[in-house]
Design a protein around this ligand. Structure first.
Ligand code: ARG
Length: 257
C-alpha cells in the first residue's frame, strides 16, 4: 500500500505536467493566473458573432464585463456550438457563454450559472409559409445542430423532415433557398437576422417554447460558479447589464422571475 501511495505521488503529478489538456480550472488557479478562459461560438447574432474580424455581441460584452468585475482578463476560445459540452468536459476552457438554454439533459454533464437572459424558440418562414406550429405539419424544418430548437422540432408531431445545420446562419440560408419550409431559432436571433435581411420576404411566426439561458461550466466547480454568479449579479446591479441589453435589444432581456 505504502509503495502504491509513493508511486502515485510521483506518477500523478508527472502525468499532469506532461502536456495534458489545458484545464477548466478551480477559482484559485484562475485568480492566480489573472486570466479566465471562456468559449463562445461566434455565429449567433446578436449574442455572439463576428463584426468583420471582431468577436462581439451581447454575451461577448457581458462576459467581458463580468470578468472585469472579478478582476480578470478574459481570453476567448471560439468553439463550434455542438462541440462545446464535450470540449468543456475535456477542460479546454473555464466556462462557455453561447446561449445555452437550461435542459435536464445538459445538466447531467455540466453546471449552469444563474440565467443571463430569458427567451424562447420561434418559427420563421416565408410570408406565405408555415408560420405556426400547426402549419408545420408535413413540412421540413431547419435547425442548428445540438440546440434546444432541434430538441423542440423532434417533439413536434407530423413534421415531414428535420434538417440540421452546423450553424444558425446556415439554417437561415437553407430557408432562404427554400431547402426547408421553416427555421426555428432564438426569437432575438430571428429578429436580428430579419432586420439585416429586410427584403428576404421572411417573417417571424409563432413561439414554440421558452427557455432560460446561462453560462455553463464544468460540474462541481462550485467556487467558480459562485464567482460567475457574483460577477453577473454585480453587472446587473450597477447598470452595465441594462446598458448592454438596451444596446443590443432596445429592452431589458433579463429573467424577471
Ligand atoms: N438557445 C439554444 C440552445 O440552448 C441555442 C443556442 C445556440 N448558441 C449558439 N451560440 N449558436 O440550444
Amino acid at each position: 500500500m505504502r509503495f502504491l501511495a509513493r508511486l502515485l505521488s510521483v506518477v500523478v503529478p508527472l502525468s499532469l505536467m506532461i502536456g495534458g489538456p489545458s484545464q477548466a480550472r478551480e477559482w484559485e488557479a484562475i485568480k492566480t493566473s489573472g486570466t479566465i478562459v471562456a468559449a463562445t461560438e461566434g455565429g449567433f447574432q446578436p449574442f455572439n458573432y463576428y463584426d468583420g474580424p471582431k468577436l462581439t455581441g451581447f454575451e461577448v460584452e457581458l462576459a467581458e464585463a463580468i470578468a472585469k468585475k472579478l478582476g480578470l482578463k478574459l481570453e476567448w476560445r471560439v468553439v463550434p456550438f455542438d462541440a462545446q459540452l464535450a470540449a468543456l468536459k475535456q477542460d479546454r476552457f473555464d466556462f462557455a457563454i453561447a446561449s445555452h438554454g437550461y435542459t435536464e439533459e445538459r445538466a447531467k454533464s455540466v453546471d449552469f450559472a444563474h440565467p443571463h437572459y430569458c427567451t424562447g424558440g420561434q418559427i420563421a418562414a416565408y410570408k406565405d409559409g408555415p408560420l405556426t406550429v400547426s402549419a408545420l405539419t408535413g413540412k421540413t424544418v431547419g435547425v442548428q445542430l445540438a440546440t434546444t430548437y432541434a430538441d423542440a422540432a423532434k417533439k413536434l408531431k407530423g413534421l415531414k423532415n428535420i434538417k440540421t445545420y452546423k450553424g444558425d446562419p446556415e439554417a437561415f440560408s437553407a430557408l432562404r433557398a427554400k431547402k426547408v419550409d421553416a427555421w426555428i431559432s432564438d426569437k432575438f436571433t430571428v429578429k436580428a437576422t430579419l432586420d439585416k435581411n429586410p427584403d428576404a420576404g421572411i417573417s417571424a411566426g409563432e413561439m414554440v417554447f421558452v427557455e432560460r439561458v446561462s453560462m455553463i461550466l464544468r460540474k462541481n466547480n462550485k467556487t467558480l460558479e459562485d464567482k460567475l454568479n457574483q460577477g453577473l449579479a454585480e453587472v446587473m446591479k450597477d447598470g452595465t447589464y441594462k446598458a448592454l441589453s438596451e444596446k443590443y435589444f432596445k429592452e431589458d432581456i433579463s429573467c424577471r422571475s
